[in-house]
Ligand binder design. Structure first.
Ligand code: C2E
Ligand code: MG
Ligand code: MG
Length: 589
């Protein structure tokens, strides 16, 4: 057995602390060993004594009530550096111990075997004491050494549970954290390359689980770790750090050929998985982070950075992405926004709605307004909906967020109804909202609460997310339509669906995306397209709204093509309610 790096006391204490044994409850598996030690060596007291910074703490004690004693005076603090067994035949005859607490308490004899980890750190001792001076036989020495080894086996077994991923049998993230800290202590001067491999996209996993069942994930990780091992070789430790994520630490020199390595890994992963004989397509992405071990303050931070890099790779459609400070800042910002959104939604005035007028082409009269959400973050300032809505859509926050918008807009509408001049408010909702089985019901109760008729509101959602409609979303839309709510497809032209596809939906309004309107004056192609879309949409019975009208040329063309309604800066920008009142007043005159 390799012995301790004796001089490295900080590392020794760290190894002890990582085992999370100090100050834990007594356990029968350890008590059994101290009982046995006491009986076999014929000593009244036996303890498993761990050497902490300034104390000997007893994980198990037989025949004594004390929970700990000061480290300095304890024979254990000598025993941890002993080769085999440290023996004090008579404390009163030994200058080191004759005035110690133990000697004063009547203890005369001590024998302790060090408890040594596989990596060579002495954690403490298994020891016996007696109130009479005595010696130990060779047999008794061997017994004590064997029992100490049993204590270590027990500690290691306990420690392994929770460090190994049950599916793959590979060390998990906790082992990674510990190994990284260890490495950083031993070789702080080294640079290393972290490589995180995410085997498949979350959608692929969900799909796989649905079609192939739970065994799919197990099979996936088993064949993938095997493929990674074949590519990287046996010497590289693979950590299994998430359901479908593996992580390895490579030598600094690996960065030179990292792209080629990533391609090789990608190739071998893509060709690995057969499930019940059927090939399963994997779509792996990798994140890389090069860092100095001396800079490791928190190993979790290293893992987070690697996750973010892999995430960037997936978002940008690449096989590999390098961690960058800038990318990390963007992730950190998103994380912060998500965290702060809930608070901003409850109670504070950080969110508010603006209203952008929509006018009828034929009469020029205001037919309604679109409610547009604004967020003034306490420290980050104004954050646009294009940034925070997708974040909310990726979490459960989209539900309370839309609820807030509905409630606020309906409250405002009720005010405007009182003045008798405001016809309609259009609300943006997320496809995710339509997946809520009680969305229509909740909307009905908000309308009720504010005394507003369903005929006075319109909901709009973007076509681009409508790749597939779930039965539940379609149901909700039908109920909303029956209630009398107008349904509009927002940003029409940017998504995947054609007009015929849209016919599945109970929508009655199409809002042509502003990207087509912006270029109307200069692009003949867009003129033809928009003209065509308006004609077809009318044939199919839709009303057509053009958004993003910024100049008279576009306005006039759209009017000539019989577009129904107009929205854009040319008419008015999104306005606060007071400004809206003023605008309505001036528009009348
Ligand atoms: P959208 O629903 O298509 O809204 C129109 C966007 O175009 C608004 O941006 C509006 O301010 C802007 N706009 C209006 N007229 C013009 C113009 O003439 N020129 C230009 N360049 N832009 C114009 P905004 O408010 O930043 O909103 C962006 C998107 O965020 C919205 O696009 C909508 O999809 C989403 N959104 C806004 N508020 C909400 C909300 O309360 N809930 C949900 N789910 N989404 C919202
Ligand atoms: Mg909209
Ligand atoms: Mg739009």
């Amino acid at each position: 057995m390799q012995r301790v790096i004796i001089e490295n006391e900080a590392a020794r204490q760290n190894a002890l602390r990582n085992l999370r044994l100090l100050d834990t409850a007594p356990s029968e598996s350890f008590d059994r060993i101290t009982r046995l030690a006491s009986r076999l060596l014929g000593a009244p007291v036996s303890t498993i004594s761990l050497t902490d910074n300034d104390r000997q703490w007893f994980k198990s004690r037989f025949g004594v009530d004390l929970a700990e004693i000061p480290r300095g005076e304890a024979p254990c603090s000598y025993a941890i550096y002993a080769d085999e067994v440290f023996v004090v035949r008579d404390m009163l005859a030994d200058d080191r111990f004759k005035d110690s607490i133990l000697a004063n308490a009547g203890i005369r004899f001590y024998a302790g075997a060090p408890l040594i980890t596989r990596t060579g750190y002495a954690l403490g001792t298994l020891c016996v004491v007696d109130d009479k001076p005595r010696t130990v036989t060779d047999d008794e020495r061997h017994l004590l050494v064997d029992l100490a080894a049993m204590v270590m086996t027990q500690i290691e077994v306990q420690n392994t549970i929770g460090r190994i991923h049950p599916t793959s049998g590979y060390p998990n993230e906790y082992q990674f954290f510990e190994d990284l800290e260890d490495l950083a202590r031993r070789q702080p001067e080294r640079q290393t390359v972290g490589l995180l491999i995410e085997l498949a996209s979350p959608q692929q996993i969900t799909h796989g689980l649905r079609v192939l069942g739970a065994a799919y994930a197990e099979e996936l990780i088993r064949s993938a770790t095997e493929a990674i091992r074949r590519t990287l070789g046996d010497e590289i430790q693979i950590y299994h750090v998430g359901p479908t994520r593996c992580l390895v630490l490579l030598d600094q020199s690996a960065i030179v050929g990292i792209e080629a390595l990533a391609e090789r890994l990608d190739g071998s992963l893509r060709n690995t998985l057969l499930f019940c004989g059927v090939p399963v397509n994997l779509d792996p992405v990798m994140g890389v982070y090069v860092f100095a071990l001396s800079a490791v303050e928190n190993p979790r931070d290293i893992m987070r950075r690697l996750f973010n890099a892999a995430d960037d790779a997936r978002k940008t459609g690449r096989c590999l992405a390098l961690y960058t400070e800038m990318g990390d800042r963007a992730h950190a910002r998103s994380f912060r926004l998500i965290n702060d959104m809930r608070d901003a939604l409850t109670g504070s005035a950080d969110f508010r709605l603006l209203y952008q007028p929509v006018v009828d082409f034929a009469s020029g009269r205001c037919t309604g307004a679109e409610a547009l959400l604004r967020w003034r973050h306490k420290t980050l300032g104004d954050v646009g909906p294009a940034e925070f809505i997708p974040l909310a859509e990726g979490t459960a926050l989209i539900r309370p967020l839309t609820a807030w918008v509905l409630d606020t807009a309906m409250g405002q509408l009720a005010e405007w109804v009182k003045t008798g001049r405001f016809p309609k408010i259009s609300i943006n909702i997320s496809m995710r909202n339509l997946e809520e089985s009680d969305f229509a019901e909740t909307l009905a109760s908000v309308l009720d609460r504010h005394g507003v008729g369903a005929g006075m509101i319109q909901i709009e959602f973007t076509e681009s997310v409508l790749v597939s409609y779930s039965a539940r979303a379609l149901d909700q839309l039908r109920v909303l339509k029956e209630m009398g709510v107008a349904i509009a497809i927002d940003d029409f032209g940017t998504g995947y669906s054609g007009l015929s596809y849209l016919q599945q939906l109970p929508a009655t309004v199409l809002k042509i995306d502003q990207s087509f309107i912006k270029s109307l004056a200069v692009s003949e192609h867009d003129q033809k397209l928009v003209h065509g879309v308006i004609a077809m949409a009318h044939d199919l019975g839709y009303r057509v709204v053009a958004e993003g009208i910024e100049n008279h040329e576009a306005y006039d063309m759209l009017a000539a093509w019989n577009c129904d309604e107009a929205q854009g800066y040319l008419i008015a920008p999104p306005l606060a309610p007071v400004m809206m009142d003023e605008w309505l007043e001036s528009a009348k005159g």
